[in-house]
Structure formats: structure tokens, C-alpha cells
Design a protein. Structure first.
Length: 483
């Protein structure tokens, strides 16, 4: 749904706020209802519940410098706890339908790049340090100022790029698209299914889910995304009970023997803020923290802008409501993730599934966060939704976010080329940060070549220099002797 349509719908059906909760979250004011917020919160949870399984797998499979591994049960508890608390805080404090949890990509950096150089406590201390530094950037106003300095067309491109990225995530997670192993020496990086063709019941569930979701969206059925997730989960449970299926991936749609599981809070508080400086060189620590900050900084920026744009919440200047608080809470989430040993927590682009379901306020976060809270005790029950049932929501939301591409002026190369690179690099490199960096650098270069360097905000110059360092981090590490 376009922003124009959203604004029109909002203005035509906004009853006066009926109670204090409605007024606090501005539910009616934003053209939403309690029903939409609840459905949105459920949809967001089910599209990102995989993190309860995946984060413990990634962190639990790695060893630190001393050969120690983190306990999987404790990691599951820490992951659910941080997601629950920070998502609710974002809902109440930021009033955006933006859920938070352990960041994918960042957890891999912690597991396979940082932990081998030091102890787990030291590695998590770096995450806490990174989060504190981000909070400082927010308090000083620098992080918010960078977001305001981005041209409106680039913000729209970021949203479109995220749409393609999130759709690609859906296709890959469901097994509809898979990476071709390098050993095959092929020039084609991805393929249809696992062998070039679609095979297996799980992929069929995904395909049926996509068809059901787009059909319901076309019919403008309320709760389309959530209806699809629930229906496909039930179908997957039935299929799993009667068919011989090797694997569904991370989560199997099987009714659990035990519904309740006891949480183990043993990892909370196990971090050393400056211990890393005693385990490796100062240069290495600084470069690691720089990489974490840059990735977290711009990943969140892209996610916040994309979600707000799709929800129709940006003002005339393209600004996000309550931006300062939103960014501060996101920085605090990184601190919380490190302090709980679940890796850096950050804003989740899967929140777009909730927006696609109608969520427009932080009230939906109470639902999503509440379910993560329940997951502390009901993990076996709440993780039976297979990726193949949840991924169609990502594909559908990708379409919804893609519609903003029409707002970009493609006749002006000085904005069209940076916009194109932003949109293309995100899915092709599987990174929001990389796409933003490519767009920034292209924008600065083209403006300079055209003799319009004075039109570039000084913060974009600074960010572009940082991105040059980010993209050239490997040779810089070699020059400085940190590698």
C-alpha cells in the first residue's frame, strides 16, 4: 500500500481516541485499531521467532580463545529475554511497530571473528562497549543528524532496497532459492530449490503460502499475513505427521511433548567491558568495535526509515517520529544484548510483516514482546512455526515496500544512480549496511563530478569517508599490522 493510500485511509477513518491506551499509543490518530495492532504484533513475532533457534545455534557452535562454548539453553533464555524487554521498551518509548532481537550477521561476527581472539566475557564486553558508544552518538545528536541529512530520494531507495532484501530472505529461508556451492565452479551464485528444481513438501508449503498470502492481500482481507502463517503452519503439521520429510530446517512443525520449558538465566551479567584490550592488540579491538558500530548504526537507520515509510509515518520532510528515542533504545538494546551474552540486539526488518498486517504504533510491540516473554517458558510451543510458513509474509511485505520505487526521480542521474546502487547492493550482498554505503559513496562522487559538492551535507561527507574505511577494512588491517 502506498503512502498516499495510507494517508487517505487514515484521514477517512480516524475516530476519536476512545481510551487512555488509544491516546497514549495514538492508535486511532494513526488510522489503526487494536485488532490491527494485535494482528501485526503476532505476524512480527512469527516471522522473527526463528531467532530463538538460530541465535543459540550460531553462538553455541563457536568456541572462544580458551575453547569454551556457551550453553544452548542459557542462550535461548537470554535471546528471548532481551527480545521481550527491548521490544516492549521500544513500543512504549518509541511508539513504533519495531521489534528488536539479537542481530543476525552481528552474532556471526561475535562467534567467528571476535570470540576466537578472546574469552566470551571479553567478546560480550565489546558488544556492551559498542552499544554505549552508539548511545553517546545518539545523545550528542550525531546519529539523528545523519539520518536527517540523507536526501529524501535516498531514503525511499533504502526502503525499496530493504523490500527486495527481505523478499530475498524469504525465498532463501524457505528453500525456494539456494546458494550453489563454490566447489561446483559455476558462474551462477543461486538456483531454484536445492538442485535447480523445486522438490520436497516444505517448499510446497512455502509456495502455497505465497499464493494464499498474495490472494488474500489482493482481496484486501484483514489479517491476510497472519491467516497465511497460521494456515500454513497447520498444513505443515499435518504434512509432517504423514510424510517422510528429512528436514524442515531450523524449526520442525511438530506438536511438542513438553509445552513448558524452564528458563536458565545463567549467562546474564557475564561480560568484561575492557577485558578485550588485554587479550589482543589495541588496534584490533578498535577496528572490531568500529566494524560493529558502523554495521549496527546504518543497519538500524535503514530499518527504521524503511519500516516508518511503509507504515506511512514519515512527515513531509521524510523524518521518523520520535527518532531520538527510537535510536537511543536501539543503542540500549545492543548494551542489553552484550550484558546478557546473546550478542548485540538491534531493530528487525521482519517488523515489516507486522506493518503489512496493519500495525502502526508501539502497541503491536506489546504483543510481540509479550510472546517473546512467553517464549521464556513456552519455547517448545512457540517455535513450531516452520520458516516455510512464515517466509511468505516476507515476500508479500517485500512487494509492499517495493511500491515506493515510483517516488524516485529516475530521470535525474545524480539521484537515480545512487538510488539504484542502494537498491541493488542490499539483496546482492545480503546487507542493508552495504547498500547504504554504496548509495552514499555514489551520491557524493556524482555530486562532486557535476560540480555540486556544496550541496552535499557535511555529515554525508563524513559518513562516506567512514564507508570507504569500512569497505577497505581488510587492506587497512594489513597495513596497520592488525591481521
Amino acid at each position: 500500500m502506498s503512502r498516499t493510500q495510507q494517508v487517505a485511509d487514515r484521514s477517512s477513518a480516524v475516530p476519536p481516541a476512545g481510551n487512555s491506551v488509544d491516546r497514549f499509543f495514538r492508535i486511532s490518530e494513526r488510522g489503526s485499531t487494536f485488532g490491527r495492532e494485535i494482528r501485526g504484533g503476532l505476524a512480527t513475532f512469527f516471522t522473527m521467532a526463528y531467532i530463538l533457534v538460530l541465535n543459540p545455534i550460531i553462538l553455541g557452535s563457536a568456541k572462544d580463545k580458551f575453547g569454551h562454548q556457551l550453553d544452548t539453553v542459557q542462550l535461548t533464555t537470554a535471546t528471548a529475554l532481551v527480545a521481550a524487554v527491548m521490544t516492549i521498551i521500544m513500543g512504549v518509548g518509541g511508539n513504533l511497530p519495531l521489534a528488536l532481537a539479537a542481530g543476525l550477521g552481528l552474532n556471526a561476527v561475535v562467534a567467528f571473528q571476535i570470540a576466537p581472539l578472546m574469552s566470551w566475557d571479553d567478546a560480550m564486553g565489546l558488544i556492551v562497549l559498542e552499544g554505549l558508544l552508539i548511545c553517546v552518538l545518539v545523545v550528542t545528536g550525531l546519529r539523528e543528524a545523519v539520518m536527517h541529512a540523507i536526501p529524501q530520494a535516498l531514503k525511499q531507495a533504502i526502503s525499496v532496497g530493504i523490500g527486495l532484501f527481505i523478499a530475498f530472505i524469504g525465498f532463501v529461508d524457505a528453500g525456494f532459492v539456494s546458494r550453489i556451492p563454490d566447489i561446483a565452479h559455476t558462474t551462477v551464485p543461486v538456483q531454484l530449490g536445492g538442485t535447480g528444481t523445486l522438490t520436497g513438501w516444505p517448499v510446497l508449503v512455502f509456495c502455497l503460502g505465497v499464493l494464499l498470502t498474495i490472494g488474500l492481500l489482493a482481496r484486501k482481507v484483514k489479517g491476510a499475513i497472519l491467516i497465511s502463517i497460521v494456515t500454513m503452519t497447520v498444513l505443515a503439521i499435518v504434512i509432517d505427521s504423514i510424510a517422510d520429510i528429512k528436514s524442515w530446517g531450523l524449526t520442525t512443525p511438530k506438536l511438542p511433548d513438553d509445552v513448558v520449558a524452564s528458563p536458565d538465566f545463567g549467562l546474564l551479567g557475564h561480560f568484561s567491558l575492557f577485558g578485550a584490550f588485554g587479550e589482543t592488540s589495541v588496534i584490533t579491538v578498535v577496528l572490531l568495535v568500529f566494524t560493529l558500530i558502523l554495521s549496527d548504526f546504518f543497519d538500524t537507520m535503514g530499518t527504521v526509515v524503511g519500516i516508518s515509510a511503509e507504515a506511512g509515518l514519515l512527515d513531509e520532510a521524510g523524518r521518523v517520529p520520535n527518532l531520538g528515542r527510537v535510536l537511543l533504545i536501539d543503542g540500549a538494546a545492543a548494551v542489553a544484548g552484550g550484558a546478557a551474552s546473546s550478542s548485540s540486539a538491534t531493530s528487525y526488518i521482519e517488523s515489516a510483516a507486522g506493518v503489512g498486517e496493519g500495525a502502526r504504533t508501539g502497541f503491536s510491540n506489546l504483543v510481540t514482546g509479550g510472546l517473546f516473554g512467553l517464549a521464556l517458558f513456552l519455547t517448545p510451543l512457540l517455535t513450531i512455526v516452520p520458516l516455510q510458513a512464515a517466509a511468505p509474509a516476507l515476500v508479500a511485505v517485500g512487494f509492499l515496500m517495493m511500491t515506493q520505487v515510483k517516488n524516485i526521480d529516475w530521470d535525474r542521474y545524480e539521484i537515480a544512480i545512487p538510488a539504484f546502487l542502494t537498491i541493488a547492493v542490499m539483496p546482492f550482498t545480503y546487507s542493508i549496511t552495504n547498500g547504504i554505503g554504496a548509495g552514499f559513496l555514489a551520491y557524493v562522487v556524482i555530486k562532486t563530478v557535476l560540480g555540486k559538492a556544496r550541496e552535499i551535507h557535511w555529515l554525508l561527507w563524513g559518513a562516506s569517508v567512514l564507508f570507504l574505511v569500512y569497505f577497505a577494512i581488510d587492506p587497512i588491517e594489513q597495513i596497520l599490522g592488525a591481521k
